[in-house]
Design a protein around this ligand. Structure first.
Ligand SMILES: Cc1ncc(COP(=O)(O)O)c(C=O)c1O
Length: 479
């Protein structure tokens, strides 16, 4: 039996398709009017599929309410009382929630693994971070999440107004989110979970449950990461007992364009309908392919070559995550990336010791097999003397905060050489990936180990994110 098309149960997707199917002569925005090809064929290819929300998916005056209708369907599927779609990624959705969760000057307990969007959100909302470092897994040296007891004591010690966790982390590990929710709720404050990488969680028995199922009050998902939405497609979902619906709306609208691209919104709605109708089947197939890929690599290089769900307690690892630990066979992950690129295979992240490949609901068996073959060939060729897992340098840094995040953000700054930056206060957040933990944040002192460690990361091919000078010859510091 053929499956009914998604548009039948996806109002925004249907509205997008209906608009593109019907002739129209718009004297409205956007200025390309779906006819830019008249001006240039290439420009037309790029922009003519764009349909606005107002005067496209809905009437100019939004009389059909098609966006709120679709958002309500998403809220219901993910178990919230409120949901909004964003065309500006989890970046915007994270900031929207921060703008709504407390008052300027309040403190929040937040994982040090927070993405930069959260830091800017704290600045915008005037919230001061109480950082909490994740626990390290003794075997892998990787962050495996926040310890609920530590979060509980920080909440009390700082009278903090909420908890912010990032689940799953960049390498697929998760905290005991249900316990984090309990400790937050004992203090009467919300747990907000940046689940940017976990859009597929909660819809199959072999993947961890999603944050709202585990008791969180709000959850942010990038629909373009683990799920097949358009770049920038994201969603925030919340319960409204500890978060105020009007504040959530206000916070969300603060950073939302008044001209959202209809295709992005329609992709949020279409993905919601896809997960609702076929989520279990598609996620099951994705994790089966991930398990097959891991098994292929383990058969050649041994069990330690990849992170596997069995390496972690139940529910603490996303089984769709492919993390290859090249150090175990002495191969250089960056060289492996080059070998794969030459075959047209692009990887999400690599450094000397780690490769991360992102699985999607759309991958097929042939593509996974091609990745397995290419990895096995390159890893075999590049294998050398095994390097023991090193606890990333990020974990050895104890932040020394001397100015508030917000003060540092707005302070006068200057660029100075790396040598002269030592002892100065950073204006930048700088974070090597992995583990994606900032080694320095605005308002914290730049020390010699930070400068040397960052430069070493760069020399080894690690991505050092967000530094104003990506070569790290200069650092942006408070004047
Ligand atoms: C944990 C986390 N949160 C939020 C974001 C921002 O997501 P987006 O690209 O959808 O704005 C990212 C981006 O990689 C991320 O890793």
């Amino acid at each position: 039996m053929t499956k009914p098309p998604l548009r039948e149960s996806a109002p925004l997707l249907d509205a997008y398709l209906t608009y593109t199917e019907q002739p129209s002569t718009p004297f409205t925005l956007p200025g390309h009017k779906q006819r830019a090809a008249r001006l240039d064929v290439g420009l037309g290819v790029c922009v003519d599929g764009d349909v606005p929300l107002g005067g496209g998916l809905d009437e100019i005056k939004h009389t059909k309410n098609v966006l709120p209708t679709s958002e309500a369907l998403a809220a219901k599927l993910w178990g919230g009382e409120w949901a909004r779609f964003s065309s500006n990624g989890s970046t915007h959705a994270n900031q929207a929630i921060l703008l709504s969760m407390a008052q300027p000057g309040d403190r929040v307990v937040i994982s040090r693994t927070a993405h930069r969007s959260m830091l800017i959100g704290l600045v915008l909302a005037g919230l001061e971070p109480v950082w909490v470092e994740p626990e390290l897994d003794r075997v892998t040296g990787l962050p495996i999440g926040l310890e609920p007891k530590v979060v509980a004591s920080l909440l009390r010690e700082h009278s903090a107004r909420g908890v912010i966790a990032i689940e799953p982390g960049y390498l697929g590990t998760l905290s005991r989110v249900d316990e984090l929710a309990s400790v937050a709720h004992q203090e009467g404050v919300p747990l907000v979970v940046d689940q940017a990488w976990g859009g597929h969680l909660g819809f199959h028995s072999e993947v961890p449950r999603h944050a709202l199922q585990l008791g969180a009050d709000a959850m942010i998902i990038s629909i373009h990461k683990a799920l097949p939405g358009i770049s920038g497609a994201a969603m925030a979902v919340a319960r409204t007992s500890l978060l105020d619906r009007a504040r959530l709306e206000q916070g969300f609208d603060a950073g939302l364009t008044t001209s959202p691209p209809g295709a992005i919104l329609a992709s949020c709605d279409g993905v919601r309908a896809l997960i609702e109708t076929r989520g279990e089947e598609l996620i099951g197939a994705m994790i089966a392919r991930a398990a097959h890929l891991r098994a292929r690599l383990k058969a050649v290089f041994g069990a330690q070559i990849v992170l596997s769900p069995v390496d972690f307690p139940a529910g603490r690892f996303d089984p769709s995550k492919i993390v290859v630990r090249t150090g175990f066979i002495g191969a250089d992950g960056v060289a492996v990336e080059q070998d794969l690129l030459a075959k047209g295979i692009r990887l999400e992240m690599t450094d000397q010791d780690t490769i991360v490949a992102i699985m999607g609901l759309v991958d097929n068996d042939e593509e996974i097999e091609a990745l397995a073959e290419a990895l096995i060939l390159s890893l075999s060729k590049r294998a050398g003397t095994p390097r023991p897992p090193v606890t990333a340098f990020s974990w050895s840094i104890v932040p020394e905060k001397v100015r508030s995040l917000r003060e540092a953000f707005f302070a006068p700054v200057e660029m100075v050489s790396a040598a002269r930056a030592i002892g100065r206060i950073s204006a930048d957040l700088i974070s090597p990936y992995p583990p994606g933990v900032p080694v320095v944040a605005p308002g914290e002192v730049i020390t010699a180990p930070i400068v040397l460690g960052l430069q070493e990361c760069l020399a080894l091919g690690t991505r050092v994110a967000y530094a104003t000078d990506p070569t790290l010859k200069q650092f942006r510091v408070l004047a």
